[in-house]
Write a protein that binds this ligand. Structure first.
Ligand SMILES: [Ca+2]
Ligand SMILES: [Ca+2]
Length: 381
């Protein structure tokens, strides 16, 4: 039996709010394909986001519907019936989804994948009310780039959207990206690995569809969008350990990924007027090492605030842009070098631009950045 009106039966039942919480995804109702579950879906329970007993994000569904959709039971999620389960959708290579909150993992996850090949996953927007896909890298460990920051061994690419995601490899657990859907066209995530390099790859990507009118929607031009009044931002593949790759000139390789140019946006909190970027208390010496040869420096000098450069000196290098910094010299919003000093930006929206050029010579042993941001009250601006 088909039930033509099934989509209308999936409207949120706002009485059942026990599983609503702060966080990404809680404003987007779940879209289910119109298959054969009229009995389950006519207003029986709210198909809202929930947190499963194992901590993963799921969707509250009647058990039969969860099983028939290929989901896994994640514990009860309704105060109305014990037939409801927090349904988790976890899929791997070759899969596709039009369901909100799906996980895309490597074959064999949570074990590693030590082989070559191409693994793709396709996400279709669940309705015309959806504008963006947020991909949270709960785990993303791929092989390091070559010494010049090129993802030649392993690479993750995201295509089909109307905004760009740069190629990504290396260690990126905890990072995320936003992609704009191009109308109702699907977005494809592809992870290509080289079998010739023995390495245990691991990925578990959480895929959340963001409604156009959601407060979680990232502004245009933002590859990343941070929601807290304080938090950590870092470049892709930032890590304190050196890349083991050595350049053709014998220099220690970079961890920065070549050709990355994107915006990291930070949602302004209430009564916040400025934002300050500084080295976290546990940041270490490599917290801002984006341009220059760190391999020839005395290790004790790396990270020294005096090694932060700005303005015209950064033009031919990798640099970051902090709009309207609290410095009065002209053309000073570009920052580069091998050390950091707290910089405050005085304009909204809060955005931090990354501009990595196409190679990493004559740089060496760069790590990228890992900085803490703090939004400041208007009264102390
Ligand atoms: Ca560099
Ligand atoms: Ca570079």
């Amino acid at each position: 039996m088909k039930f033509l009106g099934c989509r209308t039966a999936l409207v949120l039942d706002r009485r059942d709010v026990s599983n609503w919480g702060e966080g990404v995804g809680n404003e987007c109702s779940t879209c289910l394909s119109c298959t054969d579950f009229p009995f389950y879906t006519i207003g029986r329970i709210a198909n809202i986001p929930c947190t499963a007993s194992n901590g993963l994000a799921g969707t509250c569904l009647i058990r039969g519907e969860c099983a028939a959709s290929g989901g896994l039971f994640g514990g009860n999620c309704s105060t109305f019936t014990n037939q409801a389960t927090c349904c988790i959708f976890s899929k791997t290579c070759g899969g596709s989804t039009n369901l909100n909150s799906t996980y895309f993992t490597n074959r064999g996850y949570p074990g590693g994948f030590n082989d070559g090949g191409s693994c793709s996953f396709t996400i279709s927007p669940c309705s015309s009310a959806v504008c963006q896909l947020r991909i949270d890298f709960r785990t993303l460990t791929l092989a390091q780039p070559n010494a010049d920051g090129e993802c030649l061994t392993d690479v993750m690419t995201v295509t089909g959207g109307s905004s760009e995601v740069p190629p990504i490899c290396g260690d990126n657990s905890g990072q995320h990206v936003y992609v704009n859907f191009d109308e109702l066209n699907p977005i494809t995530i592809k992870i290509a690995t080289s079998g010739g390099t023995s390495f245990s790859r691991l990925w578990n990507l959480q895929l959340q569809q963001i409604n156009c009118d959601s407060r979680l929607r990232a502004p245009d031009g933002c590859l990343q969008y941070h929601l807290g009044t304080t938090g950590i931002i870092s470049s892709f593949n930032y890590g304190t350990a050196a890349n083991a790759a050595v350049s053709t000139t014998g220099l220690i390789g970079t961890r920065q990924l070549a050709n990355h140019r994107y915006g990291i946006c930070i949602r302004s909190g209430p009564d916040k007027c400025t934002i300050t970027y500084s080295v976290p208390s546990n940041g270490g010496r490599y917290a801002f090492t984006v341009s220059g040869d760190a391999s020839v420096l005395d290790p004790l000098l790396i990270g020294d605030p005096l090694l932060l450069m700005n303005g015209e000196m950064c033009t031919e290098m990798d640099y970051v842009i902090i709009p309207a910094p609290s410095i009065t010299l002209p053309n000073i919003d570009r920052f580069c070098g091998l050390g950091w000093w707290p910089v405050t930006s005085t304009v909204k929206p809060f955005v931090f631009y990354v501009v990595w050029n196409e190679n990493d010579l004559p740089d060496a042993a760069n790590r990228g950045f890992r900085l803490e941001y703090t939004q400041n009250d208007c009264s102390v601006a």
